[in-house]
Design a protein around this ligand. Structure first.
Ligand code: C5P
Length: 230
């Protein structure tokens, strides 16, 4: 598989369980996402180890700071050789442009727009009166205008964003559940196949794979399910 569509979320408290899970998977079948918990606990050394095993890494640290700081953080991520890194679109145009200038070459730079945990009332609390849907669209367009490669978005948003942001824009989608999988704490979910058909570029999948009795088999099953859709 030259461009696996599945990004497995390594949501673990430390390097030991993360490496144990990675050893049961294959870099030919997926990429791996390292987020704030694991990175804070295990650091860049873990990223290097995972990359040595052949995995491409999405470093999901959602940088959000002044432009200069974010640019340097992005540069450091690129220095690690990660496949993808992200920033928070709410950091604004100048921050996004600075991040874009800092990251070149093979590392993809994407943005988070409005976290799916934020509802309309949460936005009003911080002085934002547009709806979450309007804000997602606004911030995705801003990210695209600043030259970013894509955004993280829910599968429910992909169709609209695909229309608005074009075919080249990378849409990375969590909240994915195979038809027979437990929802865990996700509420609005989509199956892997439906998400790809509605325009997702990559699927972030955690527990349906990491908590499966046989994670490799779970990954193989999902890859088989999406064969026709990818
Ligand atoms: O285990 P599960 O498949 O629910 O994991 C989904 C991953 O995607 C987690 O790392 C979670 O933090 C992340 N994520 C999400 N929803 C968002 C943004 C990120 O589930 N809106």
């Amino acid at each position: 598989m030259t461009d696996p569509k599945i990004i497995v979320a390594l949501d673990f408290p430390g390097a030991v369980p993360a490496l144990a899970l990675a050893q049961r998977l294959s870099p030919a079948l997926c990429r791996l996402k390292v987020g704030k918990e694991l990175f804070t606990a295990a650091g860049p050394g873990l990223i290097e180890q995972l990359m040595k095993s052949g995995f491409e890494i999405f470093l999901d640290l959602k940088f959000h700071d002044i432009p200069n700081t974010v640019a340097h953080a992005c540069k450091a991520a690129q220095g690690l050789g990660v496949w993808m890194v992200n920033v928070h679109a709410l950091g604004g145009r100048r921050m996004l442009e600075a991040a874009r200038e800092a990251v070149s070459g093979n590392t993809k730079l994407i943005a988070v727009t409005i976290l799916t945990s934020m509802g309309a009332e949460d936005l009003v609390d911080i002085g934002i009166t547009e709806t979450p849907e309007q804000m997602v669209l606004r911030l995705a367009r801003l990210a695209r205008d600043c030259g970013l490669d894509g955004v993280v978005c829910s599968a429910q948003e992909t169709m609209r964003l695909r229309e608005q942001c074009g075919n080249q824009f990378c849409l990375v989608t969590p909240g994915i559940r195979p038809i027979d999988a437990s929802l865990d704490d996700q509420s609005r979910v989509m199956t892997p196949e439906a998400a790809l058909r509605s325009g997702s570029s990559y699927l972030v999948i955690g527990r349906p794979i990491t908590r499966a009795q046989d994670p490799l088999q779970a990954l193989l099953d999902i890859n088989k399910e999406i064969e026709g859709a990818a």
